[in-house]
Each structure stands twice: as structure tokens, then as C-alpha cells.
Design a protein around this ligand. Structure first.
Ligand SMILES: C[S@@+](CC[C@H](N)C(=O)[O-])C[C@H]1O[C@@H](n2cnc3c(N)ncnc32)[C@H](O)[C@@H]1O
Length: 464
């Protein structure tokens, strides 16, 4: 890749690295317009006071003016005025509470009711209690891009996303992962992009937006062109399709032959994107055997969820902060999980997390594969060895944060306690709006499943 991740070992928790990479600037709630402008990294960004604060100012000045006025008039006018003031106040508050920009929209299953229940600080302290599994890497290296780069990227990507050919991409990628794929492909500038799992071709289109002239290889059982009969789909002119009768699984392709055909001699200049719902351990081993080093997995499912064994599941171990689980029904974890399940569709409680013999790893002790069409029970020992193997070959593990907090996106699926801090934090509606994110339909934010970028260390590639 023309721009490879930093070679500076940090020896930090990669999530801390990621969180620090987000420079705490994102996670701290700032009080001044000035600091917002400096830290946004968005050209022309002005202040971003939380909209929740504005009604307080209006109320304060209105009250002050009214009381000054009332002291100057007689008692009848006083009561008339007080009545009028209350009426205005009532009208004003109904207006404010029904407008989208405020976090006070009430609904029985909205992020706001969650915020009301936990308070946003409650979300953060629960985050600490549950933690987020992550994969240790050999030297603790992290990516080059920063929170500012992500914000700038978002500003640029929103108008691109708005003109996507496939507007309804149910079962495919939503906004968060489209952005992540576009951002990483553009940053890494590969000479060849390979995708496994194309569906109607939305991810192919995203790759094309990132790299207009770079060849793509797309592997998917059904050719995206087939979907054109029923509606929108995308077929790329500079893409070799292993699809339909030409479909061959990623693991069965003779990659040295294909690379020769594409004139690729340096496999570290190839980016692979997996959205094929296959066991990620299997895919890593296949990529390693072929000699590829830059991999993105779309669905890095959390432990206890999903249709294939994922990086997150593999690296969920008790020696990782936030990893390893207790199946004890009276544990703190059980209590927190059952509370959070009421609020987030993807949250799992201890009953769902644990199998009959208290197997919590993978999905109830199973290593799922191929859209869960196949699965295999694995022992804790095997699960542990899998994580040791992954850790032994990784240089970089980086999870894409959600683009924005749930009070902004109104997403209702993933539990923010099981994700890294969003790029645009809750309460920063001004920034959310300036980036153009407020123009998008809420449904495009409901598909976040922890996309992850991996860099395999150079010494571990088997074939050149
Ligand atoms: C979730 S969809 C992909 C969505 C797509 N990336 C997007 O952005 O819209 C998963 C795709 O993987 C395909 N698939 C199933 N088995 C596969 C395999 N072994 N290799 C590659 N793709 C596979 C499915 O047919 C389906 O099109």
C-alpha cells in the first residue's frame, strides 16, 4: 500500500490506541465553540454547541426580560403578562421538543428513552463494565489515520453516498460500513481490490468511488447483473467477476496465477474485502496462504451473535479487558446484560450468550460458518488457541467506530456499550448536521456490525 499503517509500536491496547487516535477530542464534551472548530477537522466548521443547551439560554434571557418588565407595571398588567408569558413558554417548549435536532424526541423504543434511563454517562460506565473485545497484535501498532481524517472523510463521503445507485440495500451495507470501506480503500490506495460477497454490487460501487481506476475482482455466487431485472444493481466495467457459472470460492482460487495475470508482484498492494459471511478464521488462513496482507471484514460480529465466527469472537478472551464472560446468573454482567437487552435489539443476555454447559465463546460454544449453514462445537481450549494464532500474525487490528452516537442516528440495533466511541459523539448535532449526516434517512445507520481492518505482519505471509 502506498500508505501503510504506522510502524511505531505503541504497546497499547489497540482500542485504547483507537480511542486515543480519536484523540479524546471526540469523547470529551466541549464547552466552547472555539475548541469545537479547532478539533472538528471539517473545513468551515463553526461552533457546535449541543442543541440541548440552547433552550436554556433562550429561557434564561426571556425570564430575565419578563421579570424586568413586570417590575415596571401594575398588578392587572402583571397577571395578564404572566398569563401571556406562560402561553408563549408552552408554545415554545412544544416546538422545541418536537423538532428533530433535539435529543428530547420521545418514543417507547428510541435512543432517547435509553438515554433517559441510563443517562449518557450511564452508557459510558456500563461500557467499562462490559468492555469491547479486541485482538492483541504483535507489537501494538495502530493505523495512520486520525479522528480528523475520519471527520474530513465523512464530509466528503456524504454527497457521494447520496448519489449511490442502489438506494435500498437491505441485507447489504448501510452508511457506516460504506463510509469505512471507501475511507480505507482511498487511504490505502491499493493496486488491486478484491471483494468476496457482492450481492447487488453496492460494495463494488463504493470501492469504485474510492479508487476510480483500480481494477477490482469480485467473487460472488450470483452475478450482480442478475439483480438488474428486479431493480437497481451495479456492474463495474473494470471488474473481473467470479460469479454465476464462473463462481469459485476465495479459498479455491489459484491466487498466484490470478496475480500474475493482473501484473501484481507485490501482494502487500492488494486490498481484500470480505462480506461473504464465512468463518473469518478460515478466511484469514486462506489469505495468509496466498500472501495477502490487508484485509477488511464487514461483519465483525460480537460474541453470541452473527452467522459466522468473527475476529471479535476469536479474540474474546478473559485476558483481554472486556473479554471472557461469566455465565453465573447473579453476576454483574448478567444484570447489566439483561438491563441493556431491553433497549438494544442486538444485545444478548446471559441466557442467550451461554450454552447448556456454560459455553459462552463463539455463539454458545459454536464456531459458525457460511451464513450458519454449518457450525461446529469447539472446546474452550480450541477457542483459546485460535486467538493465540490470530494474535501471532497480526500487525494491526482496527475497528471502524460507528459514524455517530445513537441519539443522532436513532439507530436501535447495536448496543453502544459494545462499540468504540462514535466518530460524531452524542450531543453534537451541529457537527452531525454540518457533515450532511442529518440529510440521510435514519434506516441507513441501522446496519453497524463492527467492520474491522487487519494488517498481517510481513514475516507471516507464506507465498509471494
Ligand atoms: C451481505 S451480502 C454482501 C453485501 C454487499 N457487500 C453489499 O455491500 O451490498 C453477502 C453476499 O455473499 C454472497 N456469498 C455467499 N457465499 C459466498 C462465498 N462463498 N463467497 C463469496 N460470496 C458469497 C451472497 O450471495 C451475498 O451476495
Amino acid at each position: 500500500m502506498s500508505s501503510s499503517p504506522s510502524t511505531t509500536p505503541t504497546h497499547r491496547h489497540p482500542h485504547l490506541s483507537a480511542a486515543m487516535m480519536l484523540e479524546r477530542a471526540l469523547s470529551s464534551r466541549r464547552g466552547t465553540a472555539h475548541s469545537d472548530e479547532e478539533d472538528d477537522g471539517v473545513t468551515g466548521a463553526a461552533d457546535d454547541e449541543s442543541k440541548t443547551k440552547k433552550p436554556q439560554n433562550v429561557f434564561f434571557f426571556a425570564t430575565k426580560r419578563a421579570s424586568n418588565y413586570l417590575t415596571r407595571i401594575g398588578s392587572l398588567s402583571y397577571w395578564l403578562c404572566a398569563l401571556a408569558f406562560l402561553l408563549v413558554l408552552f408554545l415554545l417548549s412544544s416546538l422545541l421538543f418536537s423538532s428533530r435536532g433535539f435529543v428530547c424526541i420521545s418514543s417507547s423504543y428510541s435512543p432517547v428513552s435509553r438515554a433517559g434511563f441510563f443517562g449518557f454517562d450511564g452508557l459510558e460506565s456500563d461500557f467499562g463494565a462490559l468492555g469491547v473485545p479486541w485482538c492483541r497484535t504483535k507489537l501494538g501498532k495502530t493505523v495512520e489515520w486520525t479522528s480528523k481524517d475520519l471527520l474530513k472523510g465523512l464530509e466528503e463521503f456524504v454527497p457521494i453516498y447520496e448519489i449511490r445507485p442502489i438506494k435500498n440495500n437491505m441485507y447489504g451495507m448501510g452508511f457506516d460500513h460504506s463510509f469505512g470501506l471507501w475511507f480505507m480503500a482511498r487511504w490505502l490506495k491499493p493496486d488491486l481490490m478484491i471483494e468476496s460477497g457482492a450481492f447487488k454490487g453496492h460494495s463494488t460501487w463504493v470501492l469504485r468511488q474510492a479508487m476510480p481506476d483500480t481494477p477490482i475482482i469480485s467473487i460472488t455466487p450470483r452475478h450482480p447483473g442478475k439483480y438488474l431485472k428486479k431493480g437497481a444493481a451495479y456492474v463495474d466495467g473494470n471488474c473481473t467477476y467470479y460469479a454465476g457459472k464462473d463462481f469459485v470460492d476465495f479459498g479455491s482460487i489459484d491466487w498466484s496465477k490470478v496475480m500474475k495475470k493482473h501484473g501484481i508482484s507485490d501482494l502487500s498492494r492488494v486490498l481484500i474485502f470480505f462480506d461473504d459471511h464465512q468463518n473469518e478464521l478460515k478466511r484469514i488462513k486462506q489469505a495468509l496462504k496466498a500472501g495477502f496482507r490487508h484485509l477488511i471484514f464487514e461483519d465483525n460480529y460480537d460474541t453470541g451473535t452473527g452467522d459466522h465466527y468473527s475476529l471479535r469472537q476469536i479474540c474474546d478472551q478473559s485476558y483481554i479487558r472486556g473479554g471472557g464472560h461469566s455465565c453465573f446468573k447473579d453476576s454483574d454482567e448478567a444484570r447489566i446484560r439483561s438491563r441493556r437487552k431491553k433497549f438494544w435489539e442486538k444485545a444478548v443476555d446471559i441466557e442467550e450468550l451461554c450454552g447448556a454447559g456454560e459455553e459462552w465463546w463463539g455463539v454458545r460454544g459454536y464456531m459458525r460458518d457460511n451464513f450458519n449453514h454449518s457450525n461446529k462445537a469447539i472446546s474452550y481450549g480450541e477457542h483459546f488457541q485460535n486467538s493465540r494464532f490470530v494474535e501471532s500474525i497480526l500487525d494491526v487490528y482496527w475497528e471502524l467506530p460507528p459514524v455517530a452516537g445513537p441519539s443522532l442516528t436513532h439507530q436501535t440495533r447495536y448496543d453502544p456499550a459494545r462499540a468504540t466511541s462514535p466518530i460524531v459523539e452524542d450531543g453534537r448535532y451541529g457537527l452531525f448536521q454540518r457533515l450532511g449526516l442529518a440529510r440521510l434517512d435514519n434506516t441507513v445507520f441501522n446496519g453497524y456490525t463492527q467492520m474491522v481492518y487487519l494488517q498481517i505482519s510481513e514475516g507471516d505471509v507464506r507465498v509471494a
